[in-house]
Design a protein around this ligand. Structure first.
Ligand code: TYM
Length: 343
């Protein structure tokens, strides 16, 4: 069966949004709404897999929703909501907990990174998290999921869960008169010049909210001066910029800054190098800082304006949740029958 093309993606309201979240995900959400039916979620249930102060969670949930809209997501044309409002996410996640295998989950590198050596003391939710992520996506039978590269393995697991569900429950799916390919095999959309934005201090590490150095990341809510300073102080090598992309090989920090420039300017790394090849960092970094401020400052200002009126954010999230619930319940009522639950 051909599935209606539909986009789903989500961001956790844990910690502050940074440039990686913007370039790897939120900016792509805005682009995809031009061509697709889109559902963008603030995944508050994922956030509580590690401890969140309840008041901080509320604040961050509204801030992420506001940032989506400030960046250009239209909450009327698309669905924007917070995950916990649509209880079917939790319900389908439970079914998927029983489809996914312990071995699959144990191979998730993000769990290993986050848990470190401390696996006895992290929450069970952190381990089961990718099954909830699969539920987020498959509840809406989403066909395309724009994310940064760090989510690739989770999306492969989503595909495995969909295929195993379709296979295990095949006879029951047919008995219910439903299409044998019940869940779609979702396509990850990991594209563009900034699918993995790296730390500004260390080109081998991903830009992340958990890095102890604040200088390693640009926050979406940083003011112009802070953005500028962080970029000008970013670690680089002493060589001038190469004229071709091949010249970025093995130059992790240079590659990262050129990728950031290209993503912010809606162009390619090759194009950036055509313009700046042969020039030194003294010329490139101020240009990058100006571009970053020009792109990010309006988003921060609009996010601030929106969060000053929490009721209006809650209103569009409630509206989004109501619309999401219709599709979610349609899927869940089928899944209950497929699995054999009596209602
Ligand atoms: P999260 O909240 O960690 O990150 C949100 C999005 O930002 C991307 N991202 C990056 N992209 C490029 N460079 C970086 N340094 C960088 N850091 C983060 C992430 O890839 C992500 O797209 N599990 C997800 C949230 C989630 C989800 C979903 C996503 C839950 N359910 C369903 C898609 C579909 C996460 O923790 O993202």
């Amino acid at each position: 069966m051909a599935f209606t093309p539909r986009v789903f993606s989500g961001t956790q309201p844990s910690g502050d949004l940074h440039l990686g979240n913007y370039l790897g995900a939120i900016k792509r959400y805005v682009e995809m709404q031009k061509t697709h039916e889109c559902i963008y979620c603030v995944v508050d249930m994922h956030a509580i897999t590690v401890w969140q102060e309840p008041a901080d969670l509320r604040r961050a949930t509204r801030e992420v929703a506001a940032a989506y809209v400030a960046a250009g997501v239209d909450p009327k044309k698309n669905i924007v909501f917070n995950q916990s409002r649509v209880h079917q996410h939790a319900e389908l996640a439970w079914v998927f907990n029983c489809v996914a295998r312990m071995g699959w989950m144990s191979r998730m590198t993000q769990f290993k990174d986050k848990a470190g050596k401390n696996t006895e003391h992290v929450s069970l939710g952190l381990f089961a998290y990718p099954a909830l992520m699969a539920a987020d996506i498959l509840l809406y039978k989403a066909t395309h999921v724009p994310v940064g590269e760090d989510q690739k393995q989770h999306l492969e697991l989503t595909r495995d869960i969909a295929a195993k569900f379709n296979n295990d429950f095949g006879p029951s799916i047919r008995e219910q008169g439903l299409d044998a390919d019940y869940f779609p095999i979702t396509e990850p959309v990991i594209a563009g010049p900034a699918t993995r934005v790296m730390s500004l201090r260390d080109g081998t590490k991903k830009m992340s909210k958990s890095d102890p150095s604040e200088q390693s990341r640009i926050l979406l809510m940083d003011d112009a001066d802070t953005i500028s300073k962080k970029l000008k102080r970013a670690t680089t090598d002493p060589e001038p910029l190469p004229s071709e992309e091949k010249g970025l090989e093995g130059r992790l920090e240079a590659d990262n800054l050129v990728g950031i420039y290209a993503a912010l300017a809606d162009t390619t790394k090759a194009e950036v190098l055509r313009q700046y090849g042969g020039q030194g960092w003294g010329a490139f970094k101020p240009a990058l800082a100006d571009l970053a401020v020009a792109r990010l400052a309006p988003i921060a200002a609009e996010t601030r304006r929106l969060v000053a009126d929490p009721a209006s954010i809650d209103a569009f999230m409630a509206d989004g949740a109501a619309r999401a619930s219709e599709t979610a319940e349609r899927t869940m009522s089928e899944v209950r029958r497929i699995v054999g639950f009596i209602r």
